[in-house]
Design a protein around this ligand. Structure first.
Ligand code: NAP
Length: 250
C-alpha cells in the first residue's frame, strides 16, 4: 500500500489553525502540494513554514471562505502556483455559542455563510476540474454535534447538518465521476476553537469513552485515508473520529 498522493494539489480551508493545520501537515507528509486557505494570514503562513520545514510543498492564501469573489481568486492563485486542484478539505468554520432566544438572525446567517454556503461555493468552483480529470476527493469536516445535538449551538448544528446532507447529495450526483465526497465529524478535539468555547473541555473529555480529547492528527488520519487512492470506492460515508463519543454513522 502506498500513502503517496504524488504531488496532487489539495486545498485545506481554515488551515491556519487547529484541525486544518493538522490536516495540511498530514496531506503534505503524504506528498500532496497544499494550498493553505485561512482568514488568518499569519496562521496560514505559519502552517506553510511548518510544512516546508518538514520538506513539503505549500502556499498560503488569505481568504474569506464565505466570499465568492475571494474564493475564485484563491482558486485561480492555487492553480497558477501549484496546478489543477484534486483534493478539497472544507474545514474552515465558526462556532459562536449563543442560547436560542439570544440568537439574532445575523449570527444565524453568518454561521450558515461560513460553515455551509462557503463549502458549497468552493465545491462549485473546483469540482469541474476534478470531474474533467476523472479523479477528485472532497472531504467535509462537520461535527459530532450533528449526531448528538448541542446546547446553545442551534445555528452551528444546523449549518453542519446541512453540510452533511450536501455531502451525501453530491456523492450520489457525482458517484460515477471519479470524485468522492465524504464526511469527518470531529468529536472533542484540542484546538484554539475548543479552548475558546464556554465549556470545560478537560472535564467534558473525561466523560468520553476514551477519556481524552482528540488531536488534530487524529482527524488528519481519517482525512488522509479518505483522500488516498485506496479510498476510491468510498463515497457519501462518515468516519466518526470522536473517541467513541457517538457510534451511529449519521
Ligand atoms: P480553529 O482552531 O478555530 O480553526 C479554524 C480556522 O478557520 C481559524 O484559523 C479561523 O480563522 C478560520 N476561519 C474561520 N472563518 C473563516 C472564513 N470565513 N474563511 C477562512 N477561514 C476561516 O477551529 P478547529 O477546532 O480547528 O475547527 C476546524 C473545524 O472543525 C471547524 O469547521 C469546526 O467546526 C470543526 N469541529 C471542531 C471541533 C473541535 O472540537 N475542535 C469539533 C467538531 C467540529 P480565525 O481564527 O481568524 O477565525
Amino acid at each position: 500500500m502506498t500513502r503517496s498522493l504524488n504531488g496532487k494539489v489539495a486545498i485545506v480551508t481554515g488551515a491556519g489553525s487547529g484541525i486544518g493545520r493538522g490536516v495540511a501537515l498530514r496531506l503534505a507528509e503524504d506528498h500532496a502540494a497544499i494550498s493553505v486557505w485561512d482568514l488568518n494570514g499569519e496562521g496560514a503562513a505559519e502552517t506553510v513554514r511548518q510544512i516546508e520545514a518538514a520538506g513539503g510543498k505549500a502556499i498560503a492564501i488569505t481568504v474569506d471562505c464565505s466570499d465568492k469573489a475571494a474564493i475564485k481568486a484563491a482558486a485561480d492563485e492555487t492553480r497558477a502556483k501549484l496546478g489543477p486542484i484534486a483534493i478539497l478539505v472544507n474545514n474552515a468554520g465558526i462556532s459562536p455559542y449563543k442560547p436560542f432566544f439570544d440568537l439574532d438572525d445575523d449570527l444565524f446567517d453568518k454561521t450558515i455563510a461560513v460553515n455551509l454556503r462557503g463549502p458549497y461555493l468552493i465545491t462549485k468552483e473546483v469540482l469541474p476540474e476534478m470531474v474533467a480529470a476523472g479523479w477528485g476527493r472532497v472531504i467535509n469536516i462537520t461535527s459530532s454535534s450533528v449526531q448528538s445535538g448541542a446546547v446553545d449551538l442551534v445555528h452551528y448544528v444546523s449549518s453542519k447538518g446541512g453540510l452533511m446532507g450536501m455531502t451525501k447529495a453530491l456523492a450520489l450526483e457525482f458517484a460515477a465521476s471519479g470524485v468522492t465526497f465524504n464526511i469527518v465529524p470531529p468529536g472533542v478535539i484540542d484546538t484554539p476553537m475548543l479552548r475558546g468555547a464556554p465549556i470545560d473541555a478537560e472535564a467534558f473529555a473525561k466523560t468520553l469513552p476514551m477519556k481524552r480529547m482528540g488531536t488534530p492528527a487524529d482527524i488528519a488520519a481519517a482525512v488522509a485515508y479518505l483522500a488516498s487512492e485506496e479510498a476510491g470506492y468510498i463515497t457519501g460515508q462518515t468516519i466518526s473520529t470522536n473517541g467513541g463519543r457517538y457510534m451511529g454513522s449519521h
